[in-house]
Write a protein that binds this ligand. Sequence first.
Ligand code: ZN
Length: 498
Amino acid sequence: MTSPVFYRKWRPQTFAQVVGQEHVTRTLLNALKAGRVAHAYLFCGPRGTGKTSTGRILAKAVNCLGGGDGEPCNACPLCEAITAGHAMDVMEIDAASNRGIDEIRELRERVKFAPNMARYKVYIIDEVHMLTEPAANALLKTLEEPPPHVLFVLATTEPHKVPPTILSRCQRFDFRRISLQDMVSRLMGICEKEGIEIEPTALKLIARSATGSMRDAENLLEQLVAYYGNKIELHQVQALLGITGDVRARELARYMVAGDIAAGLATINQVNHDGLDLRQFNRELVEYLRGLLLIRAGSEEALDLDADTLAEMRGLAQKASMDQLSKAVKLFREVDVDFDGFSPIPLELAFVECASTAEEAATMPTKEEAPPAPQAAEAKGVEKMPPPPPEIEHLRSRWRDVVEAVKGLGSKGQLDAYLRSACEPLAVEGDTLVLGFYYAFHKEKIEDPKYRHMVEAKVSEVFATPYKIRCTLIGPKGKGHLVEAALQMGARIVEEEE
Ligand SMILES: [Zn+2]
């Protein structure tokens, strides 16, 4: 079959076709319509988000012989030459290559000459942060006194490495990672035109694994077509990505039984990062845990498994208690991944609870002699005070609005999931809102100043009052809630558990 090289073939040719960067393309179109094009642009952003493609479109737009609404016509000789990469006056330089550095040195000389055919000479310099110091100086000299017929488009994945002297001479645009939805609809369009039959779940998995890079997504789709032809199924995508939920589910069950919380959380995050469907993963996990439970209960004949798998599962089931396994099946069955917008938090919470059972079983001689639970330990730091003011009730009753307000913010845009499921407003102390977290790892996340400031800003905004945030650990949800009970009786937290 012919190799289409999708990302070249389906490269956007107009600003309207650039996916997910409307904030950039709209501004550029307005500038073009108004005839106010800058001499130098800096396009920053992750790889595969359309920086150089937009640079080429801009090169066409300023030189196009037809059109007039800002978009290139893609039909005139100049547009065609630029699309084909033959235009004498449009130069693409890869600053990361040795040749690129020589080209920059020559550029200072060549830049003085008028364009051959086009209105503008356009220099598209990719990975501009890679320029050596002499090359960066040469570029800076040109940027300081740009000839009127020259347009620079500098692109970089690492704007913090671009010398400030260069930054200050450019109009900067930040390209965003392309959203899952935008990427899926773009891939769907390509599949339609290429006659590729593919399940939506498979497209979603491709998009997720590309983590915001359209080029990676298109390359992966192309690879799939090369391997499997024009009919692609989910399991084929999983196979190509090396993702088999089954293996990870077994791994997670092992960590649960061993009580290794850190390793288990790492597995969940890896599964999420690799773009595996969390619902599907959870189904496989529940199925596996059920298998362990049946084996532990002596009903393994109910399972249709090969001898090797059965032997492996027997070994693991023996290390777990019936209590732990039945609790795990129950908790993971109740996990509602959809509720938190496909965040891994519900899985993490269920896992920590189940893995903690293993730890308790290992450290506690009997239930009666159990050491105090975290809540009880913290309750020691609770002293009797006058009844709590109604302010906290007000904050609690409108907490949902705060959750709404942080939607899309934070790590992978999942800050809202943390505020919805991992904590609750506990108390107000002066201008500080105390948030009670069920587990330390979520608390630590929100304590990171960059997230804490986001939460503080949104809480202050929603309640029109400046609030600071303090995070404290209250132990697993629904496990007695001694602290809450104490607070309701008029206590206040005086010390925080370490
Ligand atoms: Zn044109």
